[in-house]
Design a protein around this ligand. Structure first.
Ligand SMILES: *Cc1c(COP(=O)(O)O)cnc(C)c1O
Length: 241
């Protein structure tokens, strides 16, 4: 075997092991929160990861993947095994054209303006685009997302746009040293999710609550998340070069 093959064997084995750990912890948190493991979707976040490793994860059952950048996803897509993709990174309106129709869902919709552009494009190609409203739950200025205070009215406004289906909420809470602090943000999001779902707003089908990453997916599931987005804990540290 060449050195590259040996390194790949090692990396594939690491991915297999990591997947088993993530699945086990998600299952445990699901049961502790009164749900069954199948109720929680695990997304493999594949930014910076090369197609051969992504394909290894897909072959291992991780058919839902998440990418942050339009260009990166579109360039890898032809090399990937059959999968379902969500866009999870900030989307600029000038990239909307390229991505609508290429992914199953856009999780990072953070303004009515962006939603309108998505709706226009979806209509032009005769599709309905599933989206999540990204909420800035921590009120951090540095982060994208709809301000907490405006969440409900913004979701209602987005829902009124044609060719869009609002499927739920997404959040990236501030990084917390203590897991109890993370849980407070997740719990707040869960409350918002339940509130918005109970309003039965026209054109919404609120069922996804996307929250939890490598450092906190366990806590997120304990508090009600049903979609966790895990990168590092599956593929290892990222190399952005
Ligand atoms: C990178 C990223 C993740 C995954 O982060 P990890 O800490 O590597 O698990 C999840 N969600 C979003 C929006 C991301 O950009």
């Amino acid at each position: 075997m060449t050195e590259k093959q040996l390194l790949d064997e090692k990396r594939f084995a690491d991915i297999d092991y990591n997947l088993s750990v993530v699945r086990e912890r998600v299952a445990q948190a699901a049961r502790l929160s009164g749900r069954s493991p199948e109720d929680i979707q695990i997304m493999a976040v594949t930014k910076t990861v090369a197609p051969e490793y992504i394909n290894h994860a897909i072959a291992g059952g991780m058919t839902l993947i998440g990418e942050n950048k339009v260009q990166e996803y579109l360039s890898k897509k032809p090399d990937l095994l059959p999968h379902t993709a969500h866009l999870i990174g900030h989307l600029q309106t000038n990239k909307v054209r390229q991505i609508v129709g290429e992914v199953e869902m856009i999780e990072s919709v953070d303004s009515v303006h962006l939603a309108r552009e998505i709706g226009k494009r979806a209509e032009a190609i005769g599709k309905k685009m599933k989206i999540l409203a990204e909420i800035n739950v921590g009120g951090e200025e540095s982060k994208t997302g709809i301000p907490w205070e405006a969440a409900e009215e913004t979701v209602a406004e987005i829902a009124s746009i044609g060719s869009i289906e609002v499927c739920g909420l997404m959040a990236i809470p501030p990084f917390c040293e203590k897991s109890d602090d993370s849980r407070a943000f997740f719990s707040k999001m869960m409350q918002m999710f339940v509130d918005i779902r109970s309003k039965n707003i026209d054109n919404t089908n609120i069922k996804v609550l996307s929250m939890g990453m490598s450092s906190d997916y366990y806590e997120a599931v304990l508090e009600g998340s049903n979609l966790v987005r895990v990168g590092t804990s599956i593929f290892g540290g990222r190399n952005y070069r």
